[in-house]
Design a protein around this ligand. Structure first.
Ligand SMILES: Cc1cc2nc3c(=O)[nH]c(=O)nc-3n(C[C@H](O)[C@H](O)[C@H](O)COP(=O)(O)O)c2cc1C
Length: 228
């Protein structure tokens, strides 16, 4: 072999060794993943973003007292429906914006008429016309949604509300006030109506203890990570 042949042979051998070394030392797919960790949200510091506290409430005006099922209470000189009061406390604690679901046709203030009207709507699977609408839903990542239990279900305006919005990607946290039935099946119903949302276990409060529910609400919110 002449000098040129010898030089070329050595060059080829060096290139072969280099390529074997390079293959052996390449990062595996697993190593690549480990070297580029994906940030995961920490349980201790959840990212909840902006909070909206939605509620429907229909305070009865005929003065039923607490023992016969009051649906309104006075706090700080203001008259609240039961669910409205709970919504206000949640909003104060979380810093969330309040949004009231209102209907074009107001509900009767007297107990018997309200009971009958709600029953009729439920039997008709009515979708009452709503007069309030969320303008900036994109701003919110967490939405509390509160209502009174009516005939073991949500009031029909809630169905109209869930028809109107798609909460895909949002976190939904239900709360309700009731006379003994708690949520009935309403948490499951909401999950079915809003399949793309993340549902959080809600809080139900008896109408008989709404006026002293602040501590219970605060503890529940703390467990959810709202520590304001
Ligand atoms: C039309 C109507 C139906 C109701 N149905 C139920 C029921 O099925 N189960 C229950 O536990 N409470 C029921 N209640 C009681 C309410 O859930 C309770 O009074 C609630 O706190 C009212 O909230 P609000 O003042 O925000 O409207 C009903 C009340 C009304 C007016």
């Amino acid at each position: 072999m002449n000098k040129t042949g010898l030089f070329l042979s050595i060059l080829v051998a060096i290139m072969a060794i280099c390529s074997v070394y390079a293959y052996a030392c390449r990062p595996s797919a697993r190593q690549t993943t480990e070297a580029t960790p994906v940030a995961t949200p920490s349980a201790a510091a959840p990212t909840k973003g902006k909070v909206l506290v939605v509620y429907f409430s229909s305070p009865e005006t005929d003065g039923v007292d607490a023992s016969s099922g009051a649906s309104r209470l006075v706090a700080d000189g203001k008259l609240y429906g039961n669910t409205e009061y709970v919504a206000t406390l949640i909003s104060r604690k979380t810093g969330g914006d309040l949004f009231q679901i209102k209907t074009a046709t107001p509900y009767p203030g007297t107990h018997k008429a309200l009971i009958d009207a709600a029953k009729k709507e439920q039997e008709a699977k009515a979708r009452p016309k709503l007069t309030t609408h969320i303008k900036n839903l994109d701003d919110y990542t967490t939405i509390f949604i509160g209502f009174p239990n009516w005939w073991y279900d949500m009031p029909m305006p809630l169905y109209a509300f869930f028809d109107e919005y798609d909460f895909t990607g949002k976190t939904l946290i239900p709360f309700c006030t009731h006379g003994g039935s708690r949520f009935s099946q309403t948490e499951k119903t909401i999950a079915t109506l809003e399949k793309g949302a993340t549902m959080v276990k809600g809080l139900s409060i008896s109408r008989n203890s709404v006026d002293r529910s602040e501590e219970t609400i605060n503890k529940w919110l703390q467990r959810l990570g709202f520590n304001n």
